[in-house]
Design a protein around this ligand. Sequence first.
Ligand code: MN
Length: 421
Amino acid sequence: MMRVLHVSDWHLGRVTYNEPRSVDHDTVLTEIIAVARSEKPELIVHSGDLFDHARPSYPDMSKATTVLKELAAVAPVVVVCGNHDSPLLFQLFAQLLGPDSGIHFIDKPRDPDQGGILRFHGADDTVLRLAVLPFVHSNRAIDAFDDPHHWRAAYAERIGRMERMLAAELLRDFDDRRDIAMFAAHLHVGGANFAGSERPVHASDYYATNAEDLPAVNYAAFGHIHQPQKLPGTQVPGRYAGSPIQLDFGEAGERKSVVLADLRPGQKANIDIVGLSGGRQLRRLEGTLDDLRVLAPSVGRDLCQVTVHTQTHHPALSELVDDLLPDAVVLQVNEVCADQKLEVLTQDAVAADVEPNLRQLFRDYLADQGTTTVAADRVMATFARVLTAVEEQQPAVMPEESLLTDPLESDRAPVAAEVSR
Ligand SMILES: [Mn+2]
């Protein structure tokens, strides 16, 4: 049996609405190291997006290598390059840490015999074969001369070809009394649930791959999607381990975790989800100031996006909210102000005048959009005054119009003759 710890999508260096997440990372990375030490896996797989940026800060690089070394003290570590990671930085890390570090940085997709398949030996005679597939950018996988309508299919087809190639080699001379097959990739499998924080640098980072192309392995360790979940649409046992912290509000309320997979030759994987605290939670709060007062004790140190419903505009609302939530980090305060929106006209009123006039259209606009500071009825009154002034002052005939009614040049007496006279 070989136990594998699967982690993913750390996004070190992440900043959420100007709030650095390093303290949250410190919390969950300590938890992950503790899980590794107590569960004693024989292999640790990080399925990509170690960093949030291709050029991480020095403290984040130092944090990454320190934590990976702590993990490598327990078992060999494989890190697959994600779409946020830099393949060149991975090469540099590999160079600096050296082949004896026990940390394998997989910088780019490789042929099976050029580093695309790794082998690890268990304490018993078990051999774990691991095929690795880092993120493939779409510009590497599609031909720009192809019809763009086919790009999505071309991408999936190209990835499918890579997967089939790896699978063929992975399962060659496979002895299922001794061998275990695993696949680690940073890819979007069609049908997976998005959080939104996966950030499409190019919309095409969202190009899906086909679940049916996955190699038939004992366990598939996937990264890219931040919500921990089973791989969709496939019988292959596998999971998105998910990010260890809530990276953005799309992930608010999500429970974060890592995966422990016990793999035995010729048997179904035994998969265990180990919960993480997730660091500080992201929370959306909405209500009146009184509602917030009631909610306040439950908020603690959470990172909050607050929407306050007020009657009239509150110039010092942010300070008020800060006072109400003294321990929380208030990332954003939105105000929904009753007097900055007008009531929508009833259907009867609209029906009476089939073609809505400018006043009605502007009124509808204010009902929908509201104003930012001044009360909506004042804006409406000003608009009405301006409109009336324009309507009452009959616009003069425009110069172009007089040109059209004037006789043509040839019908007139020559201008030069008039002058000479
Ligand atoms: Mn990610």
